[in-house]
Design a protein around this ligand. Sequence first.
Ligand code: AMP
Ligand code: ZN
Length: 492
Amino acid sequence: MTIRLFNTLTGRIEELSPADGKAFRMYACGPTVYDYGHIGNFRTFLQVDVLRRFLKLEGIAPKHVMNITDVDDKIIRNAAAAEVPISEYTPRFEKAFFEDLDALAVEKPEIVARATEHIPSMVALIDRLAEQDCAYRTEDGSWYFRIAKFPEYGRLSKKDFSGIEDGARVDVDEYDKDSARDFALWKAPKPGEYHWQTTLGPGRPGWHIECSAMATEYLGDGFDLHAGGEDLMFPHHENEIAQSESASHTTFARHWFHVRFLLVEGRKMSKSEGNFYTLRDLLLKGYKASAIRMLLISVPYRQQLNFTFDGLAAETGAVERLRTFLQRLRAATATAEENAALTAETAKCRQGFCDALANDLNTAEARAAIFDLVRAGNAAMDSGNLGTENVKQVLAALGEFDKVFAVLEDHDAEWTKFALEWAEREGRLGEASAEVLAQNALSDEQIQALVDERTQAKKTRNFARADQIRNELAEKGIAIEDSKDGVRWKRK
Ligand code: AMP
Ligand code: ZN
């Protein structure tokens, strides 16, 4: 199947394929590890995850590189305020970032590269630029990229910079969005600031050079796709292109994939607005990791997602519906005779699912196709008209769906528990909702002991006690299911 995706660089929807005919080489800008990730960050990482998972479903192996920005102005500032070296400040947030990706079932890229471990490649790239007069050193010992040497500057963000002022500079990582100025490749240290001793002089890398150096180190001078949130288009990605193409004289990334920013309750997410949420904030409020994933991926990446708590509650229901359907299907009594209408519907939904994703990663339509199948499958089971072949086919369709959406396996309670344990260690248990605290008031062992006691009570016909235990557990959000294989329990 041909996968088609919008390319920011050309402004067109184009076919995706690995240029080398083997692996699909892609680079995605990773996190700056100075704090916990927020849902905006994860919206972007999740959409990249959908892309890589769909490529795999279509038999294309990704070679996906993600950087970890573990040195920048903010990190230096925060580490200094905490009176620790940056190497002690960032690991905790890097670890938290990967835990959060796990909670959201985001696959780990094939290669994760830390900026601080790639200083020599960055120095080599700056040397290459300096040799071609595309980089220059200023009096304080910093190095800058000379934008005037790169006439294509602005091509990605479609900005016209023809009147560039040669030599006008910007040396902070926080940029003016509308002007083109020579940007720092290498920053000389301020007194007492952390730095590396290199042939360029003492200092530390600028933010943009990090991605250029690491992308080409692992993927070559030219590769298939570069991804990030839409805010990175200018100047970060524009600067990556300028640096890389000035050095190599070949096209850096052929395809640019940008994820639209999310809004929260209709407004820009910000700490001062009080509508800023990390993943952990939501887990502590009792929202499930799977529902958060489902919500963040269900709106296609080029559309604006308006995150609301009603929306999140609706996704909790959607995931539940899918899981219930899967359970029902596994337990269903099937007949030898095939339900031909369902066979046709299943084929249509499977095709619809793949077609939608192949068409600019339309996750909304892909998911709608699967819900059509849920409706048809439930109707077939209601009428007892379900063949063993049907079961196999519908299970296969759900399997394909879940290779991309990854919400069917239920690890939600584990992640909620994880967030609570983290909050307890950090002294932030006060942020957890009363409901979540009640649900987790009992340990797994305590619950099991009560469940066993109930089984015993039933055996001795002490139904009053058995009911009492069931009710007590229900009040704490724990559901008991009696099945032929014994008693199962789960946190709701
Ligand atoms: P950062 O850690 O700030 O460098 O951001 C990591 C990734 O999250 C980048 O690709 C950003 O573009 C993306 N990002 C940040 N905020 C949002 C948002 N509100 N919506 C979508 N993506 C975002
Ligand atoms: Zn980057």
